[in-house]
Design a protein around this ligand. Structure first.
Ligand SMILES: NC(=O)c1ccc[n+]([C@@H]2O[C@H](COP(=O)([O-])OP(=O)(O)OC[C@H]3O[C@@H](n4cnc5c(N)ncnc54)[C@H](OP(=O)(O)O)[C@@H]3O)[C@@H](O)[C@H]2O)c1
Length: 339
């Protein structure tokens, strides 16, 4: 079967179209014929071994997100049957409960082989069935970015109707955050660097917006949007440069969901504000299978359609990665069916 893999040495130049033997499902395993994949920021980091020893070993098949059809099942499999359309879960060992080291280290697309493969052989516990109203590329967008947004809103905090939620940027996690926060009845503010994106995200459902390039001190402007009260939940995607602002517009007792470090990973902020406002800094790492299945119920119930910006062919993985890196997209960058 055809795969993309990083081979020989780390680095994007060593990401190559290659061939591996087709796997066979053993007891408790399922064989999935992959139909589509979707890219996340982390997929740009993996080829350079950006997560250190947690990135895995070579050769490595990249990309965490995808969808496919079960074509065969091993002895004793009960959760799925051939013909089911499934997404592999991002963390293959985290089905539910509290995170622990073992649950947080088994992620697809590094260190475990990812979705850029014609077939994947996975434990039956590591897949979820997807709703029928979604196309393959739409379903492929869900395992990482969507579940991260869902977990921040529902597992790592408890978002209620009327809550004020602030989302940084218009990237993959951010747009799912807007969708799910609105679905839960929250009021959503989005900050973005581009007026064009701001117009698009307003049409997509954002209640209020601020251009963080035009207004670098956006904490004051966004706090005013909440009538001075501050935000119940902030999607912290920027990290180093944005956290100091977030701490000035979170409400006392609010939650800053620590998700991304797009502007740097050093903590250089007034710790006093965290104490005096009794702020909760809550790390979010994608989420577990129970959360994924709860999110899928909501997606099915409300017929949610993920926003797909552009679809590339299987052979065009590197072009798709370059497009994601350019930041030109509004919605997910996907890789189409390979059959
Ligand atoms: N912890 C987890 O479980 C988890 C899961 C998924 C992703 N992540 C992390 O979350 C981050 C975003 O991932 P993604 O896949 O959504 O990336 P993405 O689709 O590439 O989104 C990037 C967007 O973030 C916005 N942005 C960049 N720098 C910013 C800043 N300084 N302030 C505010 N917004 C900024 C920009 O929006 P505008 O162009 O609109 O300004 C940019 O388009 C990454 O750091 C990623 O590693 C973490």
């Amino acid at each position: 079967m055809r795969v993309f893999q990083i081979e020989g040495d780390w680095g994007i130049d060593n990401l190559k179209l290659s061939v591996r033997p087709e796997p066979e499902p053993g007891p408790g395993e399922v064989l999935v014929q992959m139909k589509a994949s979707s890219l996340n920021y982390r997929d740009l980091v993996v080829p350079d071994r950006g997560y250190g020893s947690h990135t895995g070993t070579l050769p490595l098949i990249p990309v965490s997100d995808g969808v496919g059809e079960v074509t065969a099942v091993g002895l004793g499999v009960r959760r799925v049957v051939p013909g089911d359309r499934v997404c592999p879960t991002f963390f293959q060992n985290w089905t539910g409960g509290e995170p622990n080291l073992e649950r947080l280290t088994g992620s697809l697309g590094g260190p475990i082989d990812g979705t850029m493969s014609e077939y994947m052989c996975l434990p039956e516990e590591g897949v979820v069935k997807v709703p029928s109203h979604l196309s393959d590329v739409e379903a492929a967008t869900l395992p990482c970015a969507a579940l991260t947004a869902w977990s921040a809103l529902t597992t790592c905090s408890t978002t209620k109707p009327g809550d004020r939620v602030l989302v940084q940027g218009c990237g993959g996690v951010a747009l799912f955050a807007v969708t799910f926060a609105k679905l839960l009845g929250a009021h959503v503010t989005v900050i973005s660097s581009s007026d064009e994106r701001i117009e698009r995200v307003k049409a997509f459902g954002a209640d209020a917006t601020v251009n963080y390039r035009a207004v670098p001190e956006w904490a004051k402007a966004t706090r005013e949007i909440t009538g001075g009260r501050g935000y119940d939940l902030i999607f912290e995607l920027g990290g180093e440069k944005t956290l100091p602002q977030s701490l000035r517009c979170i409400r006392p007792g609010g939650t800053v969901a620590m998700i991304g470090i797009l502007s740097g990973s050093t903590m250089a902020t007034s710790l006093g504000l965290i104490i005096t406002r009794q702020v909760r800094l809550q790390g979010v790492t994608v989420g577990h299978r129970d959360g994924f299945e709860a999110m899928l119920l909501a997606i099915d119930q409300h017929q949610v359609k993920p926003l797909v910006d552009r679809v590339f062919a299987f052979e065009e993985l590197k072009e798709a990665m370059a497009y994601l890196k350019s930041g030109a997209q509004f919605g997910k960058v996907c890789i189409a069916s390979r059959h």
